[in-house]
Write a protein that binds this ligand. Sequence first.
Ligand code: PLP
Length: 443
Amino acid sequence: MHHIFQRHCHSELPIAVKGEGVYIYDQTGKSYLDASGGAAVSCLGHSHPVVRAALHQQIDQLAYAHTGFFNTEKAIELSEKLTHAAPGDLNHVYFLTGGSEAVESALKLARQYFVEKGELQRSQFISRKQSYHGNTLGALAVGGNELRRKPFAPLLMPTEHISACFAYHGKDASESAFDYGQRMANELETRLLEVGPETVIAFIAEPVVGATAGAVTAEEGYFKRIREICDQYGILLILDEVMCGMGRTGTLFAHEQEDIQADIVTIAKGLGAGYQPIGAMIASSEIHNTISQGSGFFQHGHTYMGHATAIAGALAVINAFEQEALLPRVQQAGEILQNRLSECFKNHPFVGDVRGRGLFRALEIVADRDSKKPFSACSKLDSQIKAKAMELGLICYPMSGTIDGKNGHHVLLAPPFIISDAQIDELTEKLFHSVDTITQTLF
Ligand code: PLP
């Protein structure tokens, strides 16, 4: 029972007792460099004094007030900061408790928008094969992770999945990066025409793909073409920034770097930085106004949405980004990390790609660099690398995902924004040792 329901309570796992800066300490005093921020969450590191103080103060003052009865000053301030930074007219914030809740809410909001407009025939979404949008049923349906979807397939709403823009696996040697990006984006148009654009609610995608493929950025021009197609066929664009947002790629919103506007954006992880569970969906004025001038009410809601303590924590987090000039540091440290990793793994026979943006990076592990052939699923490469890294005092996020039906392995890195250059060296050395030891044993 314990194993199934509390996967983080396996008896063999160390007991986490303390966190400080980029390190977590276990019951024996051993330190672990948290190079993945858990699951790309702890962007400020552990035990940040300002966030701790803000949380204490909020709990002393007011821990929770239901959003059906009250707003809070901090919720208004946090909303203003988020909408001020978000491109376009993303002016309306809806606070939730995590990523899946944010995605579920976005899917429902998009559907209700068209219901209010009388376009009731719109009933499906289009998303991408290499994607992860959460584990609740709606989010799982739009996600492309076959392994996670399989047991629940009969319960998932029908969703169309197109290819992701994933140059390492998809680009032909003969085409330019730009042409490849356009070709991938045009898959959306082809699919829309196949299913009938008037039946589609929205296209949903991660601006930088996280869990399922490992820090995969799109080619320049890809998202602009996606936006054009969405506009041409009258469907909404939902960008899921639950993992890649909140400064992780060097700008508060990852899609700022794509120079496009979304209709709805979802955020979570870095919003609370692990100090509190919180997520949010930010919607355009067009969507907000259509509903408020129509039925007047979004048919949705959760008990803990807009939780006062979570909001206070998130506000302190975003203030720390500004006060400590962390976003420029993410860009600088991200380049350093990329250079160190590229240098270190450039001749490694089993590391096919080192990629990402900002402090969101990944290695792709392959059995053969030329053919990009993956190791087999039975190699359990991800759990072995994870265990070896932990033995060496490093937390990284190795995962397996499916790439065109084949198993693929990558190691995701999402260290806290406060990581120093010396700690980047420590990360790289420990990661090299872990990946090298485990891949060598497989031959
Ligand atoms: N969307 C993306 C892009 C994610 O990476 C995740 C989680 O990894 C989710 C949604 C789901 O978030 P949560 O685990 O907070 O429900």
